[in-house]
Write a protein that binds this ligand. Structure first.
Ligand code: ZN
Length: 219
């Protein structure tokens, strides 16, 4: 299991009685981020039979999987490297159809970018994501994902410089012509970026960095 979002881990409850399979995963939803049951939208019911840490190996008849801890999209997200084929099951960390969602409180932008850098240093030749098509030349693709996030943060810096101080105004400026259905997702992404920028002293906030708070460049 890659992670505990509701479009992933709940299926184990349906498959396990039919297959009798042992389930493997990092652990419970949000545990690394100190989330209590009921906060956020993850699947808090999921508990793997066997908990895996970064670098753990699971083997079967003719296959070897290495767990690669890649927090950011979800704090318990694992990618799995299939050694025999030198490919990576990249879960939702690297998708084939769009950039991934990074939403607080379980998501974390600094972790997400760090996980992309971790994947960039690996040598798998192909990724099989949970959503979208197979990704060839994944190092180039992952490099572009990192550059995209850095560009977004430069955009936020320019907006803060201009005096825009709240997430709604930042999103209006940064995502011109955005489909209204994507507005909430854009707000969550900008919020995650701002938290990461505060942590790295590139932004400041008038109190706790909530979605409603006022943001600025650091003093
Ligand atoms: Zn997910």
């Amino acid at each position: 299991m890659t992670h505990t979002h509701r479009d992933h881990s709940p299926n184990t409850k349906l498959l396990q009685p039919v297959t009798g399979a042992t389930t493997f995963g990092y652990g419970q939803h949000g545990a690394d981020r100190g989330l209590a049951v009921g906060t956020g939208t993850g699947d808090f019911d999921y508990q793997p039979d066997i908990e895996l840490k970064d670098g753990d190996i699971v083997t079967g008849n003719g296959w070897t999987l290495e767990a690669v801890h890649t927090p950011g999209h979800a704090s318990n997200h694992l990618c799995y490297a299939l050694k025999e084929e030198n490919v990576l099951f990249s879960g939702d960390q690297v998708m084939g159809w769009s950039t991934t969602v990074v939403s607080e409180p379980d998501g974390h932008m600094g972790d997400y970018i760090g996980s992309l850098e971790k994947l960039l240093a690996r040598s798998e030749e192909r990724y099989w994501p949970n959503h979208g098509t197979c990704i060839e030349d994944p190092q180039t693709y992952v490099g572009a994902l990192i550059a995209h996030r850095r560009d977004r943060e430069k955009q936020i810096e320019r907006c803060l410089q201009k005096g825009l101080d709240n997430i709604e105004d930042l999103v209006s400026e940064m995502y011109k012509g955005l489909d209204p259905r994507l507005h909430n997702g854009a707000c969550r992404a900008v919020h995650s970026h701002l938290i990461h920028m505060i942590e790295t002293n590139r932004a400041a906030c008038n109190g706790a960095p909530s979605p409603e708070a006022l943001y600025s460049l650091p003093g």
